[in-house]
Design a protein around this ligand. Structure first.
Ligand SMILES: Cc1cc2nc3c(=O)[nH]c(=O)nc-3n(C[C@H](O)[C@H](O)[C@H](O)COP(=O)(O)OP(=O)(O)OC[C@H]3O[C@@H](n4cnc5c(N)ncnc54)[C@H](O)[C@@H]3O)c2cc1C
Ligand SMILES: *[C@@H]1O[C@H](CO)[C@@H](O)[C@H](O)[C@H]1NC(C)=O
Ligand SMILES: *[C@@H]1O[C@H](CO)[C@@H](O)[C@H](O)[C@H]1NC(C)=O
Ligand SMILES: *[C@@H]1O[C@H](CO)[C@@H](O)[C@H](O)[C@H]1NC(C)=O
Ligand SMILES: *[C@@H]1O[C@H](CO)[C@@H](O)[C@H](O)[C@H]1NC(C)=O
Ligand SMILES: *[C@@H]1O[C@H](CO)[C@@H](O)[C@H](O)[C@H]1NC(C)=O
Ligand SMILES: *[C@@H]1O[C@H](CO)[C@@H](O)[C@H](O)[C@H]1NC(C)=O
Ligand SMILES: *[C@@H]1O[C@H](CO)[C@@H](O)[C@H](O)[C@H]1NC(C)=O
Ligand SMILES: *[C@@H]1O[C@H](CO)[C@@H](O)[C@H](O)[C@H]1NC(C)=O
Ligand SMILES: *[C@@H]1O[C@H](CO)[C@@H](O)[C@H](O)[C@H]1NC(C)=O
Ligand SMILES: *[C@@H]1O[C@H](CO)[C@@H](O)[C@H](O)[C@H]1NC(C)=O
Ligand SMILES: *[C@@H]1O[C@H](CO)[C@@H](O)[C@H](O)[C@H]1NC(C)=O
Ligand SMILES: *[C@@H]1O[C@H](CO)[C@@H](O)[C@H](O)[C@H]1NC(C)=O
Length: 594
């Protein structure tokens, strides 16, 4: 044994596993042509698939991530500090949409994680699966019964470990243990710190807004206790859950600071080459079996288009040599529009008190991993259907049909949050935030290249409210939120609406005119962070879509897409639980086929 190996051997024993083999400099990647799989993007789905494929010690994987490592990053670890990883930080791609024509030409943020773990390292940690009908619709749309909700249960369970909240409170009746995994890598829990808001929400529930014990039961209608990807008071991401414990695998190499620019076929028949840049210098890495794209909903189409895989006419217009004509690349981008309804409250926390509480919470988290900082956003959340006996809703359904994939699938989400510490310090500038989300959007947008800078930021067009029913659903969501807060307890809690446009809506409630409502919605709509669909699955052989149900890019050899860009419809909830399931299934299908 050489002295170097002896030293490494010693290190392996004495250094914690999480200081393992993450190459900070892609020039140090040990081999450029011996990996079976090269995975592009070390985000949520890329991390899961890298981890699962390397369970077989004969399979070697190189995982390439444009951002840095998540390890030891305080803002990523502490659930309550999520706001420090937003746009304008090194953990973020900082994208912004093009002006939205139906939103007064406003541009809307398009944040994505730029760090190992990807968006799972910076997200809001909500864990919600959506409805069974969402997945049954995927099966229907793709012709692959493997996407049925019942078939996917094994993957939900496989990915998850439901853990006790750190405050040790009695969780009986707050979730249904029979629906959850206990042996998986990803930690999920209910809130480990209670707030007075919790009882205000739970005390409001009635027939219109019922209680639901566990919204992951496939029929998520009602208000329940929020489940979050947190364990032991810290964020559980795809990187902490699926990579940190496996860095000693000799068949898994991870390179960060590795920006992939294109993929290609070294001999013209099968994609096998990934080009990345390290400090502006290109490096080619060859995969022996397949290249797996996991760069996410905005960057997977960006890489494909720059590699000549996309709409031939559009590529030619930008002088990009066409490798394969696939018109759906970057089309059918789907995002759930959201409006944050903002109020001040009748008893705001004075700034000095808020600041002291914030410092105290940080100190407590530092010493015991407990306290307010173990909470992501809020302990309760609601999913609802439109009131079908309302005349306007009746007209809406008559014109557009049932908008949800099934009768037990919600149309909108209601998400109550109190600003944790100081409204002035927080983005929303409000003490109480009631988010309303349209869970059934029919507008479809695009991700395209910027013709003036092909390698620069993609042009992201959510195309919000281009489908006319989408704003009608948002009206109903906001009316639902106002109905929720119409009780005496809530009226006592709330003070003024923060914006004049919202004040006008509240002033006219319950008979809010369409003009007042739409002026408010168009000025206030933003994202819910759940963009999907830009490289959608479709049936094998279909003349639309980007991937077959087994993740293969249509008409291209050697290439699969394994990330959230393949979802044909957004699930009625937040997208990460579905992303874990997609990745777990992708890993099984890839293992079985090669
Ligand atoms: C701010 C925010 C909050 C969110 N909140 C929630 C929530 O509370 N609950 C929920 O369920 N979902 C939430 N989501 C959504 C959820 O996190 C995503 O749906 C999920 O992470 C997507 O997984 P992915 O693998 O497709 O992409 P990502 O997790 O985004 O991973 C893509 C990875 O690829 C890397 N990459 C991209 N381009 C390149 C390139 N050219 N070269 C190399 N690497 C590249 C990126 O840096 C990133 O690490 C949120 C998302 C965001 C951004
Ligand atoms: C790995 O490959 C060797 C040699 O081909 C084989 O004997 C072994 O069973 C394989 N292991 C696994 C886990 O597939
Ligand atoms: C995040 O929130 C805290 C507490 O409200 C605040 O002090 C801090 O300035 C915020 N940070 C950013 C980057 O917005
Ligand atoms: C996002 O913005 C910050 C601040 O300007 C910058 O440091 C970071 O590199 C940007 N992210 C990317 C991917 O360029
Ligand atoms: C939005 O921009 C388009 C194109 O520049 C312009 O025609 C339109 O009038 C603008 N709309 C608003 C509301 O400003
Ligand atoms: C798929 O959807 C179509 C149209 O909504 C419907 O007619 C059909 O019965 C569905 N098929 C399955 C297998 O669910
Ligand atoms: C938790 O609460 C349930 C229901 O209220 C009760 O039956 C159970 O005994 C409690 N468990 C503990 C450990 O206190
Ligand atoms: C959580 O913390 C407990 C107590 O410190 C420890 O026993 C357990 O292993 C930790 N779990 C994980 C997954 O880190
Ligand atoms: C990695 O570490 C784990 C836990 O200590 C151990 O079970 C496993 O065998 C190790 N794997 C390798 C390849 O050394
Ligand atoms: C090209 O790749 C195919 C498939 O791997 C292989 O069969 C063929 O021999 C290669 N051709 C050349 C010229 O390398
Ligand atoms: C978008 O998806 C729909 C199915 O939901 C499909 O009919 C249509 O062809 C897709 N459009 C493109 C451009 O791929
Ligand atoms: C908590 O720990 C972080 C990171 O180690 C440190 O920067 C911060 O000052 C600590 N805060 C308090 C209040 O102890
Ligand atoms: C408001 O819009 C709805 C749906 O478009 C329509 O049915 C209703 O008549 C409108 N109300 C008024 C007062 O115009």
């Amino acid at each position: 044994m050489s002295p170097t190996f002896a030293l490494l051997g010693l290190l392996a024993v004495s250094v914690p596993l999480c200081n393992g083999k993450i190459y900070e400099d892609p020039n140090e990647i040990p081999s450029l042509d011996s990996y079976d799989y090269v995975i592009v993007g070390g985000g949520l789905t890329g991390s899961v698939v890298a981890s699962r494929l390397t369970e077989n010690s004969n399979t070697s994987v190189l995982l390439l991530e444009a951002g840095g490592s998540h390890q030891g990053v305080y803002y990523i670890e502490v659930p309550g500090l999520q706001n420090f990883t937003g746009p304008g930080t090194i953990y973020n791609w900082n994208y912004t949409s093009v002006p939205q024509v139906n939103l007064l030409n406003n541009t809307i943020p398009a944040p994505r994680g730029h760090v190992l773990g990807g968006s799972s390292s910076i997200n809001g940690m909500w864990y919600t699966r959506g409805s069974s009908a969402d997945y049954d619709r995927w099966a229907n749309v793709t012709g692959d019964q493997g996407w049925l909700w019942d078939e996917l249960q094994t993957y939900f369970e496989k990915s998850e470990s439901f853990t006790s909240p750190v405050d040790g409170h009695n969780t009986s009746g707050q979730y249904d243990p029979t629906l959850h995994g206990t042996q998986g890598p990803l930690q999920v829990t209910v809130g480990g710190y209670s707030q007075s808001l919790d009882q205000l929400v739970m005390g409001r529930l009635d027939e219109q807004f019922p209680f639901i014990e566990d919204y992951d039961d496939g029929e998520p209608i009602g208000f329940g206790w929020t489940q979050t990807t947190i364990g032991n008071g810290s964020r559980s991401s795809a990187a902490t859950a699926y990579l940190d414990n496996y860095l000693n695998r000799t068949n898994l190499d991870i390179a960060v600071n590795s920006l992939v620019t294109r993929i290609s076929a070294s001999n013209g028949s099968s994609i096998d080459t990934v080009t990345l840049t390290a400090n502006g210098i290109p490096i080619n890495v060859r995969a022996r079996v397949e290249v797996l794209l996991a760069a996410g909903v905005f960057n997977t189409p960006h890489i494909l288009l720059n590699s000549g895989i996309g709409d031939a006419t559009e590529l030619s217009a930008m002088n990009i040599p066409v490798v394969h004509n696939l018109p759906s690349v970057g089309k059918n981008l789907t995002e759930q529009p959201a409006v944050s309804n903002l109020w001040n409250t009748s008893s705001p926390v004075p700034a000095a008190e808020a600041e002291a509480a914030y410092e105290q919470a940080l100190a407590q988290w530092n010493s015991t991993r407990t306290g307010r900082m173990v909470l992501a956003i809020s302990n309760t959340v609601g999913f609802a259907r439109m009131n079908m006996s309302n005349l306007e809703v009746e007209a809406l359904v008559e014109q557009y049909g049932e908008l949800a994939p099934g009768p037990a699938s919600p149309h909108f989400e209601l998400l109550p949050t109190v600003n944790a510490f100081d409204a002035e310090a927080n983005f929303a500038n409000a003490e109480f935030i009631f988010d309303t989300v349209n869970l059934v959007p029919y507008s479809r947008g695009t991700v395209t290249l910027d013709p003036t800078n092909l390698m620069g930021d993609p042009l992201i067009d959510y195309n919000f409210y281009s489908a006319p029913q989408d704003i009608l659903v948002m009206r109903q969501a906001i009316l639902g939120a106002l109905s929720f807060v119409s009780t005496p307890d809530w009226q006592e809690f709330l003070a003024d609406p923060v914006s004049p446009l919202f004040a006008a809506v509240v002033g006219e409630y319950p008979n809010v005119s369409n003009t007042t409502m739409d002026a408010y919605i168009r000025a206030s709509t933003t994202i819910s962070f759940h963009a999907v669909g830009s490289c959608s699955m479709s049936p094998a052989g279909a003349d639309w879509g980007v991937v077959d149900p087994d993740f293969h890019v249509k008409g291209v050899k050697g290439l699969r897409i394994i990330d959230t860009s393949i979802m044909p419809f957004a699930p009625a909830g937040h997208s990460q639980a579905a992303a874990y399931v997609i990745a777990e299934r992708a890993a099984d299908i890839i293992k079985a086929s090669n």
